[in-house]
Every structure is written in structure tokens, then in C-alpha cells.
Design a protein. Structure first.
Length: 282
């Protein structure tokens, strides 16, 4: 064997080892704070380095707060009690640009960006604007959902990304999770939803005039009335029945989230009731 051939063989072997040692591409996941993900979820799910949450501005009177902050929670509770004007606004495209850049710097080769329904907020439009100038490919998805309907989609995407899934697989996992989620809720008053344009003026005035406690649902990305109930206790009871029916209609283990604002004890009781009547949920 001549020395030149041996040198070429050695160089090929080195290149082969380098290719084998190259890390797999990583997919980052971006969402907005409307996902209402539990505190420390990212750390417990071992996806901290792959997920970024962009905070949505909350306008209370003439003050702007970051969603989920202690200052916002206190101010929001007071504003709701006083009937003051409360609105959310979409994050700026620059906030999403920063999140995409941060994931790119952390070694991600692409991003899947998941957001609350475009029927409820312009957040997804801000993400699309930011995606155009990102240094890595960004897939922006309108989940047509909100709260943990969006949150479960984020969790599915992050878990798929953590396990080495491609951007296409990550996006598909998010879409399936969002499409399969059901969101049911009730609020003591429809006034804030009417003021914010989340429900029609007619529905808002009807609820206020007749003092009904409507059970609401998210369908097609919009908040629509499902049933009208006369009292808060009856609304909670009916909400529990509807959730139980939904769980029973599904196969396998079901994941359920109970949201609340300022009434944690009531939320825990509701979760306990659901556990008793539907032991197959987690």
C-alpha cells in the first residue's frame, strides 16, 4: 500500500467519525402565556432548554402588566371586583423574534411556534411576522384553542422535540393534541368577555339581563355559549357532568386541567369530584 492511499483512507475515517458524532438537529418550541402552563412544568418535563414562553400584556385601566406576574394578579383581582376595564393585548413581533433567536443560539435548527386562537387574539399574527425574519425556519400554528387546550399542545410538542422528533413531527403532535382538546368553563359575569370582544354583545347582554350563569365552550377558535344555568352551584355541577361525559367518551387515559382565578379551594374540590367520578384521568 502506498502512503498517499493510507493518508486518504485515514482522512475518510476521520470524516466518518465526525459525521457520526454530529448532534441530531434540535427543535425548539415557543408559545405565549395564554397556554397557562403550570409553574415549573418545563423543568419537571425536562424540556427547559427547548421551550420559551412569551408573556402577553394585560391592560388594566391605563396600566400594562405582564401576564402571570404577582403585580398583575393582585391588580386584576381588584379590577374584576370593581368592574374596571381589563383587556389583553398581543405580544410584539420583537418579543417572538427574541425567543426564536434565543433558541437558535441554544443550538436549535428550527422552531415550532404555538399560539392561542387567532379568533381571540392577534398573537399568532405577531408570531408570523417575527418568523419571516428569524435566522432558522419557524412553523407558526394557530391552535384554535386557549388555556390548557393550548398548553397540552405545547406539552405534546415539547415531549416530541425532547425525544428527537423533526419539526414536522413536533408540529403534527401539537396539532393532534390541540384538535382533541375540549375546553368548558363558566364565569360569574359575561361583562368582561363582552367588553373584550370575546363573545358577542347580544350574548353578553342576555347573560347580564337575566342573571344566568352560562357554561361556555371553545369551538372553531371562538368562545360560544353551550348551556344556560341559573346559579353558580348548578353551573359547577353541570360543568362536572359535562366533563365526566367527555372523559367517558374517550379511550385510554385522559389528561384534565382545572383552571381558576382566586378560588383555588373550589378548583381543588372540582378536581376531586372529577377524580371520584372519572378515575381514568390524570
Amino acid at each position: 500500500m502506498n502512503a498517499d492511499w493510507l493518508e486518504k483512507l485515514s482522512q475518510r475515517a476521520k470524516r466518518g467519525r465526525l459525521r457520526e458524532a454530529a448532534p441530531a438537529s434540535r427543535v425548539g418550541v415557543v408559545t405565549d402565556s395564554a397556554a397557562a402552563l403550570p409553574e415549573n412544568w418545563a423543568a419537571s418535563a425536562s424540556v427547559t432548554d427547548l421551550v420559551r414562553v412569551v408573556s402577553m400584556p394585560v391592560m388594566i385601566g391605563d396600566q400594562i402588566y405582564g401576564e402571570g406576574t404577582d403585580r398583575m394578579i393582585g391588580a386584576l383581582a381588584l379590577a374584576l371586583a370593581q368592574g374596571s376595564d381589563v383587556r389583553t393585548s398581543r405580544p410584539s413581533p420583537g418579543q417572538f423574534e427574541a425567543a426564536y433567536a434565543e433558541l437558535a443560539a441554544a443550538g436549535c435548527s428550527s422552531v415550532v411556534s404555538l399560539h392561542l386562537s387567532g379568533e381571540l387574539s392577534g398573537t399568532v399574527d405577531a408570531a408570523r411576522l417575527a418568523a419571516r425574519s428569524a435566522s432558522i425556519p419557524v412553523t407558526v400554528i394557530d391552535t384554535a384553542s386557549v388555556a390548557m387546550g393550548l398548553g397540552f399542545a405545547v406539552a405534546a410538542a415539547a415531549e416530541t422535540a425532547r425525544d428527537g422528533g423533526s419539526a414536522e413531527l413536533v408540529a403534527d403532535a401539537a396539532r393532534v393534541a390541540a384538535a382533541s382538546a375540549s375546553i368548558l368553563f363558566y364565569v360569574p359575569s359575561l361583562d368582561q368577555l363582552r367588553r373584550g370582544g370575546r363573545i358577542s354583545a347580544a350574548a353578553g347582554w342576555f347573560g347580564t339581563l337575566f342573571a344566568v350563569k352560562p357554561i361556555l365552550v371553545v369551538r372553531g377558535g371562538k368562545i360560544v355559549p353551550l348551556e344556560r344555568v341559573r346559579s353558580a352551584p348548578r353551573a359547577l355541577l353541570r360543568l362536572t357532568e359535562l366533563v365526566q361525559q367527555d372523559i367517558t367518551a374517550r379511550s385510554g387515559r385522559v389528561r384534565v386541567a382545572v383552571h381558576h382565578f382566586g378560588n383555588e379551594g373550589e378548583a381543588e374540590r372540582l378536581a376531586g369530584t372529577i377524580t371520584e367520578v372519572s378515575p381514568g384521568w390524570s
